[in-house]
Write a protein that binds this ligand. Structure first.
Ligand code: FEO
Ligand code: CA
Ligand code: CA
Ligand code: CA
Length: 671
């Protein structure tokens, strides 16, 4: 075990230049290698991935669109070891698919069906979560194909429903007529982890997978159901990838039909109307025991869950988990456990039972940001405030109804509509909470407020809105997870360095650190810093507004503290030329404490980051390179293009993959 000593707090690398190359670029003095890729076999004797669209058995391979990831250490004997820097289990979300590359000649009837069963099965199994054992040997890091830790959780995996919504009529499906179990997880985006060593994986854009043509289905629903389905966007005519259109060879196989949320029958065994209620949850997984079914933690509410990052764990204090709901004008949430933290629970081997203790009972709150730099956590509790059965917008029935429809409860409590809340991150030294607000094309001068203050055009686009996003942060009152109020400021306004410094590039970004659409966000493990420096903040982008200039990127920062800047007046211009002003709170300009560390390949998003405990190996997710290409004409050849000595063939298909980044001198990455 290496002790890391780092002083002073200074970024120790030269900024990478913006570029549109079809490789991952890292700073001088660093090396990058490819670790796990879409299709890599993670079960003994499964065939190597041919990557020509003929591969099958995705339930035994690394999935597509790798997103958030987390490293769980293992010792030499194969047991949990939070200090191990040489062996571990990497658990990664597989959010979505680039359907163009999964089949030999592209997908068949993907928009409206009928879909061939074999194609739909591949697509379903390419979603979910993977766990794979990693070992660092003399040649560097590699994964172990036949490890007993390797696992896939797919949309077809049996899961348990836990918490207050377990057993509710809202979760009665043909699969679980008692409403206590479900099938799988989907569109897993960001994540969180716990001190008892479990993963919290978050279901984000699940609504679109369901077929529910509102025009025909609304008539069969209660007005309350229609309100809820509309608020959550369960209104797709065919569903993403039209899986419900499959006619399976085995007529008793309901794993395709379940994507049709139209009320198709009158009994609980033939009525699929509640299938969408199975998704939109935070799901806890034990990374060390693949025999344990994942548990959906319903106390944390149902939404487009982006991530679920905990605040500091302090003995006797109730832990908190901070969660974004990623859609335009949605909210930031916090769950506070009913139970104070007991340090002995961190090493209890019955990890999901510890999850039951802290994650199944507590209070869900939503954030309200005030113009004066203060804020409140508003409780979403049946019977409190406007969350009552007599509410005119939505007549809440009970707490299960409130949690299943947390957005509707947040609406009536008066929460602040944000510019697309993505990842949360918590500074492990100060406890301050950071939230990426990636962008918001629908923000207008009429709706701009102190916490979401910018409305402008970023050429070559001609559309208005918050084009480039920002990162807001908050400090809990009394620095405790149990607080019901906070202070906030905006740490960073993303922008091109060429944009108006008075109203758009408010953080004075330069060519070394300009960015757009921050999304992934993570503080380096505190053990990196030995308590001597503020931990590094890593920022990842998922952008469409800056890709005229650069591929997506990852930056590193030492971000300072809430309140270290001042106020600023922003002048916004509406489409008709009229101007209006918003006063906001801004952190100190980042200057050289924010620097571009990595640029990804063509048409990728950078998402997912973790390190070994010593901070000397960084794992980074490269998602959907070449996402706009076709099987006949791929638009990226990454990762085959990475360090290739000769040009890969024109037909090479790109693959999402995890890369390993190390400093050539063996030091802590970023310092
Ligand atoms: Fe899956 Fe909001 O990113
Ligand atoms: Ca994201
Ligand atoms: Ca995003
Ligand atoms: Ca631009």
């Amino acid at each position: 075990e290496t002790t890391v000593s780092v002083t002073p707090a200074a970024l120790g690398f030269t900024a990478v230049a913006k570029n549109k190359n079809d490789v991952v670029t890292v700073p001088t003095g660093y090396s990058v290698g490819v670790l796990t890729r879409l299709g890599d076999p993670i079960v003994k004797d499964v065939a190597a991935f041919k990557n020509d669209g003929t591969d099958t058995g995705y339930g035994s391979r690394i999935g597509d669109h790798g997103d958030a990831l987390h490293y769980f250490g293992l010792n030499a004997a194969g047991a949990r070891d939070d200090t191990s820097n040489t062996r571990g289990v990497l658990v990664q979300n597989h959010e979505n698919i680039t359907v163009a590359y999964l089949h030999a000649s592209g997908p068949t009837n993907v928009a409206a069906g009928p879909r061939p069963e074999a194609e739909a099965l591949k697509e379903i199994e390419a979603h979910g979560v993977s766990a794979v054992e990693l070992v660092r040997g003399t040649a560097g890091w590699a994964y172990v194909q036949d490890s007993t830790f390797n696992r896939r959780v797919t949309p077809n995996t049996a899961v348990d429903i836990s918490g207050p919504v377990r057993g509710s009529a809202l979760l009665v499906t043909p699969y679980s007529t008692g409403g206590t179990a479900g099938r799988g997880t989907i569109n897993n985006c960001a994540n969180g982890s716990t001190p008892w060593a479990t993963l919290l994986t978050c279901e984000e854009n699940w609504a679109g997978y369901f077929r529910r043509p509102a025009a025909t289905d609304n008539a069969r629903r209660t007005p309350k159901e229609v309100t809820a389905l509309s608020r959550y966007g369960v209104t797709s005519t065919n569903g993403n990838y039209a899986w419900a259109s499959v006619t399976p060879a085995d007529a008793s196989n309901t794993t395709y039909r379940r994507w049709d949320a139209q009320a198709t029958g009158t009994s609980s065994t033939t009525d699929y109307r509640n299938e969408p209620n199975q998704f939109g949850w935070v799901v806890e997984i034990d990374p060390y025991d693949r025999s344990k079914a994942p548990r959906k933690r319903t106390a944390l509410g149902r939404m487009n869950h982006e991530g679920c990052w905990p605040g500091p764990f302090v003995a006797g204090r109730k832990p908190a988990f901070y969660m974004g709901d990623d859609a335009q004008n949605e909210y930031l949430y916090k769950f506070v456990s009913a139970t104070g933290w007991a340090e002995a629970d961190a090493t209890n081997a019955d990890r999901l039972a510890i999850g039951d203790k802290y994650l199944d009972a507590g209070t869900l709150y939503v954030a309200k940001f005030n113009a004066d730099g203060t804020g409140q956590w508003l409780p979403l509790v049946f019977g409190q405030g406007n969350v009552v059965s007599t509410n005119a917008t939505y007549a809440f029935a009970d707490q299960a109804d409130v949690l299943t429809h947390a957005r509707l409860a947040a609406d009536v409590q008066g929460a602040t509509r944000m510019d697309r809340p993505e990842w949360t991150a918590v500074n492990p030294v100060t406890g301050e909470v950071y939230l990426t607000l990636t962008n918001n094309a629908s923000r207008t001068t009429a709706t701009a407020d102190a916490a979401n203050p910018r409305v402008y055009v970023d050429p070559p686009s001609t559309a208005r809105g918050n084009r480039n996003g920002h990162i807001i942060r908050l400090r809990e009152t009394g620095d405790t997870t149990e607080a019901t109020s906070f202070n906030w400021d905006i740490y960073l306004f993303a922008a091109g360095s060429d944009l108006d410094a008075t109203n758009i590039n408010l953080s004075a970004l330069t060519a070394d650190n300009d960015l757009s659409s921050p999304d992934g966000l993570w503080f380096g493990r505190p053990s990196n810093a030995s308590g001597q420096v503020t931990p590094l903040l890593w920022i990842q982008t998922d952008d469409g507004a800056f890709t005229d200039v650069t591929n997506n990127q990852m930056l590193a920062a030492f971000p300072g503290r809430v309140g270290d800047g001042g106020t600023r007046t922003v002048t916004n211009t509406a489409a008709d030329g009229t101007t209006s002003q918003v006063v906001t709170r801004i952190g100190a300009a980042p200057g050289t404490n924010l620097r571009r560390f990595l640029v990804g390949p063509v048409e990728c998003e950078i998402t997912g980051v973790d390190s070994t405990p010593d901070g000397r190996t960084l794992f980074v997710g490269i998602q959907h390179p070449g996402e706009n290409g076709t099987a006949a004409t791929p638009t990226s050849k990454w990762p085959d293009s990475q360090g290739a000595v000769s040009t890969p063939p024109a037909t090479t298909r790109p693959r999402s993959a995890v890369v390993v980044v190390v400093k050539n001198d063996g030091g802590v990455v970023g310092l």
